[in-house]
Each structure stands twice: as structure tokens, then as C-alpha cells.
Design a protein around this ligand. Sequence first.
Ligand SMILES: NC(=O)c1ccc[n+]([C@@H]2O[C@H](COP(=O)([O-])OP(=O)(O)OC[C@H]3O[C@@H](n4cnc5c(N)ncnc54)[C@H](O)[C@@H]3O)[C@@H](O)[C@H]2O)c1
Length: 502
Amino acid sequence: MLDVGAPDFTLGVVGAGAMGSGIAQVALTGGIAVVLADADPAQAEKARTSIFARLDRLVEKGAAKPELLAAAKSRLAVAKGVEEFARCGVVVEAIYENLEAKRKIFQALEAVVAEDAILASNTSSIPIASIAQACKQRGRVAGMHFFNPVPLMRLVEIIASADTTPAVVETLSELGRRLGRTPVAVKDAPGFLVNFGGRAYYQEALHILQENAATADDVDLVMRECCGFRMGPFELLDLTGMDVNYPVSEIVHKGYWYDPRIKTTPLHESMFLAGRLGRKTGIGFHRYDADGKKLPGPVMPPRQASKPTRIILPEAQEGLIALAVAAGVETVAPDDEASPIVVAPWGEDCTTIAARLGLDHRRTVAIDLSHDTSKRITLMTAPGADGASADAVAAMLAATGRAVTRIADSPGFIAQRITAVIANLGCEMAQMALADPADIDKAMRLGLNYPLGPLGLADAMGVKRTWELMCRLQEATGSDRYRPSLWLRRRALLGLSAATPA
Ligand SMILES: NC(=O)c1ccc[n+]([C@@H]2O[C@H](COP(=O)([O-])OP(=O)(O)OC[C@H]3O[C@@H](n4cnc5c(N)ncnc54)[C@H](O)[C@@H]3O)[C@@H](O)[C@H]2O)c1
């Protein structure tokens, strides 16, 4: 087997753009010699200069020793022709996303590299098998999918097509570790693992917006403050750019034969077509100044209301009682025909729970007690609500020091439905054996900065409760978008962790 730890091991990188230069940089800091090439010689030189500048900054910050830096710089060679890759044990291709161009590169490389050399592509969306088709030895072709910016993102997906040999996956995983990355072995499937799983977060948020249930600001705030995500889904859409995330959504959706679970919305497409790409164009779901700083959205004047004297709790949930006690509000069970009725549904909208419990829907206010409610709490009402009840309950919640997000009726509010959909898609990835269950969570945490992986999220919410949530979302909407994964259903019925292997 190829020894990626050998002193003379050399890595080839074709394409010296954002990704190629990042890959070369982590190889150099990992003590590996690099041959770097680009179709545009000026770009290759520019990459060399920017890599060296980043290495210098590492020394300035005390993150690297000066003598190691000089050695790292001396290990970089900018190639003038493809023959210079003859000495590379592994070549990673990182040219632009085009199948024909990638196939040509692989054929040219195969003609010069050693018999046991490995050829890998950093493609985000092209099936590895379709690139390998151009090669004589398909067993040595694999995906090595890094994340942007490479030096900061620890994850690398090692993608095996049906022809890739296990030894190639093992060698590339070892190489990934030598580059300071965490490798995860993944099947050759649309979007591979992270770009498939990542659809859930954005797209459920887009569906909430499409249903006019909440604003982009509401969704971002709730996902950050109640669910611990570093960025809200719309902030993330704006950061990656509609020119990147919309085409990937299309590719993945088509790749899975239009499975509604990974369907985006018309608004996503129209933002892309209108050039409202996000931070880079100054406008996306939010607005940005010339430095890319998010501008504050419109602020609604606070509604003037007093907290109620008492609230009606048809179902005595501890969390609701605690909130009322903290606000100094009395709780009673029998309806006095005047006070706000407060419920905490799980996967139901306010309409459904009011109808199921026979409540006066005009005075019924639903509160989301899932996830962290210490900073912010979401409430919603059914159509025809009197408004005054929600104002009074919002005042009660504000009296406990919490910010209040008011949304229109939505099964699963914001937090429940987004987290359930993430967990469900993670279960589906496990069901399809896209990767080992533990690796699915690892990849989603490292690749997307999620606070928990999707299977960990299902465990944290309760596997049975997550399954029930999906069943209720499917029932309320009639949409197969919320079809629970069999993986989730089986573990819910048996009382097992979502990470239990098949
Ligand atoms: N940018 C990302 O966030 C990201 C993340 C993961 C994977 N990827 C994938 O990595 C690859 C590269 O993306 P990028 O963002 O670095 O692109 P980029 O546009 O920054 O760089 C591509 C480079 O390849 C060069 N090039 C084009 N054709 C070439 C050829 N035939 N031979 C040699 N060089 C050639 C270009 O001159 C350019 O410098 C793509 O397949 C992309 O899908 C990108």
C-alpha cells in the first residue's frame, strides 16, 4: 500500500483556486511536499504568494515555528506541465466544477503517474464514478472533498465509488489525517454526505418562509438562541450565496429523483434568478453594508399589553406552570371563558390542538417549550385569534426576562420542525448507509458547525418524540416531505438510540 508517511511522499494539486491553494497549504504545514498547477500560470503564482502570506501569519500568531515555515515553503513546487505530477503518490484535482474538464485532467494524469498512484477529485457535486469512467484503472479514483476555507474546516469526506478499492479509501483517510483533517468515509451519492444532509436546515427554513409562518429574522433568531446553531439558516444561505446553494439544491433534489424531503422552494430559485445572492451582492434574505456587515432588519414597535391575571392550562405542563409562576400569573384548569388559554403542542399547530382539546381557538396561545427557552420563546395563534390573548401571554413571557417571537400558525413552530427534519434526514443517511452512524454526526458537526449531529439531535429530543413529531408534521401537511425515515421509526418503536447500527 502507498505510504503517505514516507519522507519522499509528494502530493499533487491541480487547480490553484480557493480550494486547491487551501489543500496545498495544509499539506505543506503537515510536512508534505506539494506539486501545484493551474491552467492559468498567473493564478498558480498568486496561489504561491497567498499560501506563503498565510504561513507567515501563522508564525506571527505563534501557531508555527519560523524554521518549520522555511522548510514548508521549500516543499512547494509550482508545475509547468502535467509530467511534473509523475512523482506524486496522490493527486487531488480542484479545478472548476465541470465533468468534461475533470475527465480530461484525470486522463492526462493517468498517463504520467505511477501504477500505484491515487487520483482524487475535490468535486462538490459530480459523481466520482462519472469522473472515473474516463480512467483505465477506476479502482484508484476517489473523492477527497475538503470544505472551505480548508485550513479552518477540519472535515474531509473520502468518497468511494462502486469501483474504488478499500485500500484507496484507507490511504486517503490516512493522508487526510496527515493534513490535520478528520476523514469520514462516504458513499458516492448526490451531495455525498454533508451537502445532502445540509439541505434540511436551509430548506425547512425556506418552507417556513414560503408558508408565511415567520420572517427570516424570526427563524434565524430562534435557531441561534433556542437551538444553539452558530448561524441562522438565512444567514447561512446569504453567506454561502444563492449562486452556490441553489444549484446544489437542484442537483441533490434531481439526484434523489425529486424526493420531496430535499425539495427547495420557489423563493430560493427567484432569489437566485434575481441576483439577490446574499452577502456578496449586499442583499439576500438580509441586507449588508459595503463591508459585508449585516444591517439590522425592520424592528416592530413593542405592543403595549399587560400580563394576564390568570391563564387557563388545559394540559398541566410543568414548563408552562413554571413560566406562569415566574411571571406571577395564576394558573387554573377550568375555562373561565375570559382568560388566555395556553398550550405547548408538540408537532401540532395551534389550530389542531385547539380543535383536538375543544378549546376556544380565539383565546388559545401555543408556546414552544422544546429546546432552550431561557433567552427566547416562540408563540403562535390560530386563524381568527382575538390578538389580545397573545398580547397578554407575550407580556407574561416578557415579564420573565425572555424575548418573544410571535409567528403565524405552524405545525412544530420553527425550532421543532427544523430540528426534526434535520434529525430525520440524518436517519435517512444512516438508513442508506451513506456513512457509519457515528461518522454521520461527526461529519455534520465538523462540516456545518452544527451543535449536534442529526442522530445526536434525535437522541437529545427523544427518538420516539422525534418520530411522533415527523408523523404529526406529515399528517398536518399531507406532505411526503415529512415522511419519517424507517431508521427513525424502528429505533423509536424499539426504544433505541438513533445511532444504533442496523
Ligand atoms: N469553493 C468551495 O466552497 C468548495 C468547497 C468544496 C469543494 N469545492 C470544489 O472544489 C473545486 C474547485 O473549487 P474552487 O472554489 O477552488 O474554484 P476556483 O474557481 O477558486 O479555482 C479553480 C481553479 O482551477 C483552475 N483551472 C480551471 N481549469 C483548469 C485545468 N484544466 N487545469 C488546471 N487548472 C484549471 C482555474 O484557473 C482556477 O484557478 C470545484 O470542483 C468545487 O466544486 C469548492
